[in-house]
Ligand binder design. Sequence first.
Ligand SMILES: Cc1ncc(COP(=O)(O)O)c(C=O)c1O
Ligand SMILES: N[C@@H](CCCC[NH3+])C(=O)O
Length: 468
Amino acid sequence: MLSTHPAGVQSGRQFLPKVTDASPNQELLPLTARINSSDRLEIGGCDVTTLVEQFGSPLYILDEDTLRNACCQYREAFKKYYPGESQVLYASKAWSCLAVCAIASQEGLGIDVVSGGELYTALQAGVSPDKLYLHGNNKSLEELKLAINSGCTIVVDNWHELRTLGHWSSVIGNSDTNDPVRIMLRLTPGIECHTHEYIRTGHLDSKFGFDPNQLDEVFAFVSQHSALNCVGLHAHIGSQIFEQQPHQDLAGVMVQWLDKASSYGLQMQELNVGGGLGIRYTEADDPPSIEAWVKGVCTAIQNACVTQQIALPKLLCEPGRSLIGSACVTAYTVGSSKTVPGIRTYIAIDGGMSDNPRPITYQSVYRAVVANKMSAPATQTVTIAGKHCESGDILIKEATLPPSEPGDILVVLATGAYNYSMASNYNRLARPAAVVVKAGEANVILRRETYQDLMRQDCLPARLSSET
Ligand SMILES: Cc1ncc(COP(=O)(O)O)c(C=O)c1O
Ligand SMILES: N[C@@H](CCCC[NH3+])C(=O)O
């Protein structure tokens, strides 16, 4: 596991945003974070320690202003740097729930969904189907039907799916509508980027997307099937990326593909360059700002269009992490501790790998503060352990914190992306509640699970019941 000892950290104050107009993905705490007169952390005008008293522990705390600000920075950067049409989609795999989809949609974003469940959630949140795009490398017929009947766009990933959709009416029998199915094609660009191998998707050896060597066959197939209305091309090269060059290279490659499509009589108008912009989890991380990233992509697309002499396409991107990652923190209550002399001190909190599986899955490194002791000197190096029956259930290997005691509120930073959405009930722990905070008001957006919720799907056959 990587060392997480930050050089020179003196207290939780260290992590407060320094400027009000920051790019949220470059901050560790939400933009509204401050320390109040009781030396406690406040987010969205709400005292975090009081929120835990009110809503229980652990608690995901989502700052509405930070999420809206990130949406706005993407939207406005496209307006500023791209003279053609554009659309930002929120990749809801980062955190799919009604409130988050509703906020993204109110900010003018569309939604990228990757399953029937995410699609259903976005539809229930009132997102307009013409701004919904369904991904997936093995979509079921049920998922395809839901997408088609709701009118969203399907991002076709492979031959099996393409053939199924090419013969859609014969596959499903009586089609509800004879309109062609609105699709895009996902291609694997063969572009490498430096991120964890599990979250890299653009290299050729990836389970996602068509092999670009088969472009001619794919375009020929699409051009011969009137059931398909192919509006554009998609590629995504990976996640938590700090370099700008891979997306700029991608832009050039995609414009060439678009040009090739026209030689098959396919008039595609949309290019989607995926998501992937990284965020700051520790002070060592240095991602570009949202504006810089958008500017780089827009410039690369325009240059490539000039070279290929083609009109500007409608430009889409689908960030997840950089929209919501730093808008949320997770608050836990400190419980037991154990000192192994000469080795380390473990401090246990009331959650762990079930509410944040990223450390155990990707060796991800996080920072933490003690919400009720924000200015206390961080003089101790401790290991933050979860409560699961698993030695690897360590949230932070070496956290530098003030001396803490049972009842303190430990807050792990930048947990908005791929935490709730990857949470589980391992060891039958109930998933925490989530609240959205804004201007001093907190509202529950996800109820805390109860023991009854945990048993919701259990069935006890009569022959196993002790009452028979
Ligand atoms: C197809 C696709 N689009 C968008 C995203 C969102 O990526 P990120 O959260 O890194 O912006 C992902 C996840 O990597 C993805 O697989
Ligand atoms: N779940 C990953 C990101 C996956 C990206 C989806 N393609 C993470 O937590 O970093």
